[in-house]
Design a protein around this ligand. Sequence first.
Ligand code: GLU
Length: 373
Amino acid sequence: MDRIEYLKNIKRIVVKVGTSTITHETGLINYEMMNKVVEQISNLMNRGYEVILVSSGAVGAGLGILKDMKRPMTIPEKQAAASVGQVTLIHLYQKMFLEYSQNISQILLTKSDIEDRERYLNIRNVFFELLKRKVIPIINENDTVTTDEIKVGDNDTLAALVANLIDADLLILLSDIDGLYDSNPNENKNANLIRKVINVNEVMSYAKDSSSLQGTGGMITKLNAGKIANAYGSHMIIANGKTKFVLNRIMDCEEIGTLFVKNKNLVSARRQWIGFNSKVAGTLIIDNGAKKAILNNKSLLPIGIKKIDGIFKRGETVSIVDENENEIARGLSNFDSGSLLKIIGLNSNKIVDILGYKDSNDVVHIDNMMIKE
Ligand code: GLU
């Protein structure tokens, strides 16, 4: 299949830029490259894509400012550098994006934000709100509050997790390499650039991990990111950030970089986690109308719930059973049991009046549900 077959229905794109792309070897910001990234993303926005930017460079930028700090750094030094550098980074992004009439936001994430289902759902909602308003979220790991032990650790992985979190169609990793080679191109002149990978597991042996000077993730890290993205429904492309108009040309379906094709059996990975791996914290007993709706791939609304059992938090897994106690599905609840008790049997437009807020119309969204029947 041609690139166009894979890329024609893409709408939501996560772009990750590495430190090596937006800083010089001196560790200082490369304004020209940064501006090129900004200009291209702005063009993608104007072409109608939704773009989320995962940008490294906080530690690098901080190092550039705190001149007496040198690698290797102690943990507090790294955290301080990130704290100084992140402000510079986002300030520059805002200035540059404003030049192209684009609004940005900043989201700093930690590993535990993504592992915790309640925070995960909160973050998802924020992303969707921002994307609806055509704001470009700019993501980095919250390096200032996380130490190495509790970190995602590299932005390739973080970008893949974000792609999964927001159901992105495509993840583009911009780096200082043209893509995946069948052997290390620095050591072997005859190394071939691979254009398409169907199964990441089959190419793991091509990658020898070699971190670039400023960045964190080498090729193995990128391939592992590919496994995450591909399993959850995003294609991934590794390309060189220095290639002229790289983002726009990728979206014009030019054969640039290496494309990692998403897995065939998509939703199942995520839904399997919900259906089989997560701990069930409560039970929702639903009426026949709601049962029919779920079996027709619709979300569960408060009006269809007759009774609830158990005490659970928002974001925890609930078992959804029919009136005969047959389990129909499992899914993640958008409400805690206390709030839910107050709104079951009611129309969703009553939620705000009763709870004083409304994060969602549905109690369990169909995307967060594994149907068992
Ligand atoms: N979060 C780190 C930073 O902003 C970068 C991590 C990475 O390069 O993967 O400096």
